[in-house]
Design a protein around this ligand. Structure first.
Ligand code: AMP
Length: 191
């Protein structure tokens, strides 16, 4: 199996690039943000809980997020692999994912990080707010908070994969196509 973690701050292009990777490699896209948003749309209990954190730019608690990811993985019987988008976002989530993959006799193949400067991120998020209607993209204070949470809680997850020699960084600037090309050549080296 090819199990990739696509990493990067909000607005780095994880969602856009995931779509291209799954199409090319036949992987299953597992975006925790998308699953939370679909639960919010369906007004489920999980959705109500997630919304109270998402609206403030905070992370949904680890236990809730980890259980949700596990039950999504279980929905697929013989996958070629997964692309985890927006997960893991904390050290606790990263450890839980490793343990869970081990139980399933597989592992995370690599983490690939999209590197984008902060100023560019803010511009992209403001643009996305107009196109997607995501409320957490529309409020500059919530954007600041999400970037702050990323710096404090999520960025350290990088070292978890560096220690396992599984960390790869790709320049996330330039055209969507050029970024996809860089990602594909990195994935070819991992496979
Ligand atoms: P995203 O679409 O990945 O930007 O996620 C949107 C929001 O969902 C985040 O700002 C968090 O509030 C929540 N979220 C998504 N993934 C996670 C995660 N792995 N752990 C905790 N909260 C998450």
């Amino acid at each position: 199996m090819l199990n990739l973690v696509l990493f990067g701050p909000p607005g780095a292009g994880k969602g856009t690039q995931s779509e291209r990777i799954i199409e090319h490699y036949g992987l299953i896209h597992l975006s925790t943000g998308d699953i939370f948003r679909s639960n919010i749309g369906d007004k489920t209990e999980l959705g109500k809980l997630a919304k109270s954190y998402i609206d403030k730019g905070q992370l949904v608690p680890d236990e809730v997020t980890i259980d949700m990811v596990k039950s999504e993985v279980e929905k697929h019987s013989t996958p070629k692999g997964f692309i985890f988008d927006g997960f893991p976002r904390t050290q606790v989530q990263a450890k839980a994912l490793d343990e869970y993959m081990k139980k399933k006799n597989t592992s995370i193949s690599a983490m690939i990080a999209l590197d984008v400067p902060e100023e560019e991120l803010k511009e992209r998020l403001q643009q996305r707010a107009k196109d997607s209607g995501r409320t957490d993209d529309a409020d500059p204070k919530v954007i600041e908070q999400r970037i702050e949470v990323y710096r404090k809680e999520t960025a350290p997850v990088k070292s978890f994969y560096q220690e396992q020699s599984k960390f790869h960084e790709v320049d996330g600037m330039g055209s969507i196509e050029s970024i996809t090309d860089r990602l594909f050549s990195t994935i070819e080296k991992i496979k």
